[in-house]
Design a protein around this ligand. Structure first.
Ligand code: ZN
Length: 330
């Protein structure tokens, strides 16, 4: 904790200066907290007992404390920022609250998907926007975990994306145009913003007008063989896919590589992505529609959703034009 109350009920913010040693209390639950000023962790407060606090459930890591401090320092240059803002109506504390509307959650440890969903909905239902910024343990590596899927955001210009905080490099990282191949390997692009730069501008980037980027992924070869290995290893996902294929009179093992095109696809999840309110169905449809018309099936170019959308609308318009140009054949 970086904020506590003193005996007089005043808020003491350690990022604005260090206090005299005295008695301090948790601003949320009112229990006593200790002021710690050692050599390992930056100065902070910690509950003497967490038993009666429903706002804090563990004492924090050094990473969490430092990231909050660095974001606070960076953001306060351009925005109105509160650190550890108690929101009694939600029963939670925003790590940072920017301009009274945007909650930034610095998430350094794993949490359950249910807990994430509840906390996210509490923000959304009370008119706050929330961005989860991920500490090292939650960074995106080769695969998207189910928890990471629930931390994905979506925009027309940058597709599926998520935010990472890098304490060692003092920067915020945006991983965007996130797609995964049929074996679950992820592909994405990266942009970074030093904490010393304009963080708020960077956080708005996915929704800003911009030149649309793309990148290419070479398609796997001998996919049937790879699928066969997965089936022999008892991979549940591929067993279900094969069952589905059989019911349609196909056998995945003997299909050609071209039949698996496009191998890289947008992430999907049962029950929806809790950070995303956009209609993804039309995006999925436009995405697959685009690749149906691609000749070269050995390499795949990945674009932002806005591109697929545009290609699909163009296609519909040109079909309409053809229909009106020519008299209907009878
Ligand atoms: Zn407390």
């Amino acid at each position: 904790m970086l904020v506590a109350k003193n005996k007089a009920g005043e808020l003491i913010n350690l990022l604005e200066g260090l206090p005299q040693k005295t008695t301090f209390f948790c601003p949320a639950c009112g229990e006593a907290v200790r002021f710690r000023h050692g050599s390992v962790m930056r100065p902070h407060f910690a509950h003497i007992s967490l038993q009666n606090c429903r706002f804090y459930n563990e004492n924090e890591s050094a990473e969490h404390l430092s990231l909050k401090a660095e974001l606070y320092a960076g953001l306060s240059r351009t925005e109105r920022v509160a650190v550890e803002q108690v929101l009694p109506q939600l029963g939670q504390i925003a790590d940072l609250l920017v301009n009274e509307k945007l909650a930034l959650e610095v998430q350094c440890s794993r949490l359950s998907e249910n807990h994430l969903r509840e906390r996210t909905q509490a923000y959304q239902n009370n008119g706050f926007q929330v961005l989860w910024l991920l500490g090292k343990k939650l960074w995106l590596t080769r695969r998207l975990s189910n928890l990471q899927k629930q931390l994905l955001y979506f925009s027309q210009n940058m597709g599926f994306h998520l935010w990472e905080l890098d304490l060692d490099r003092h920067c915020l990282r945006l991983k965007y145009l996130i797609y995964e191949d049929i074996f679950g390997k992820v592909y994405y692009q990266t942009k970074t913003c030093p904490f010393a730069a304009n963080i708020m501008d960077f956080l708005r980037l996915p929704y800003r007008r911009q030149t649309l980027l793309s990148y290419q992924v070479k398609q796997h070869q001998q996919v049937g063989l790879a699928v066969q290995k997965q089936l022999m290893a008892g991979n549940l996902h591929w067993l279900r896919q094969q069952e589905l294929a059989y019911s349609q009179g196909r056998n995945l093992i003997v299909q050609s590589d071209a039949d698996f095109f496009p191998q890289v696809r947008p992430p999907e999840v049962k029950g929806g992505f809790c950070q995303i309110q956009a209609d993804l169905e039309s995006f999925y449809a436009a995405f697959f529609h685009y690749y149906q018309h691609q000749e070269n099936k050995t390499v795949q170019t990945l674009y932002p959703p806005a591109f697929y959308d545009k290609m699909r609308s163009n296609h519909i318009i040109s079909r309409k034009e053809k229909n009106t140009d020519r008299p209907a054949e009878s």
